[in-house]
Ligand binder design. Sequence first.
Ligand code: S3P
Length: 171
Amino acid sequence: MKNVVLVGFMGCGKTTVGMRLSYRLKKAVEDTDKRIEREQGMAVSEIFRQYGEGHFRDLETELLQRMCRENVTRIIATGGGLPIREENRELLHRLGHVIYLRIRPETVYERLKDDHTRPLLQGENPQAKIQRLMEERREIYQAAADSVIDVDELTTEEILQKIEDAIKEEE
Ligand code: S3P
């Protein structure tokens, strides 16, 4: 089995699905945001605040390069902006089967309207920010993905089943 890589917009469920999939497939899960936080000793929001988004993006690329060298098969839950860089999309493909958890902007807003951990959605009019980022990224996620799953109406269990089907189909 190759690595299973989850990509998609903030709030689409990458972390939750990653953890549940890990349990189901009996493979370790790695969350890129969590690993960066662990290695840097600070929260993602703090990295953005102190060093800016560009620095965070460099940390993401550097982590992916390292993960490509690590000889483990696992589930990888990525940060929502990680596929923006073309280099990162290539690294994701090298890592394994890339699954795009596609979500509608309204669902993101409903899920994240009280969240303060996502620096890109803070401040005035988060709905407009979600809409704009989503438009900028739609094709990027699509380009990064081997499989696409529309998650809005699905339970986590149904998403897991679809992921398993997608992986089997590829084997
Ligand atoms: C980001 C998504 C976040 C985190 C950072 C930037 C983005 O991860 O990496 O706040 O650019 O979409 P989640 O997708 O896990 O929220």
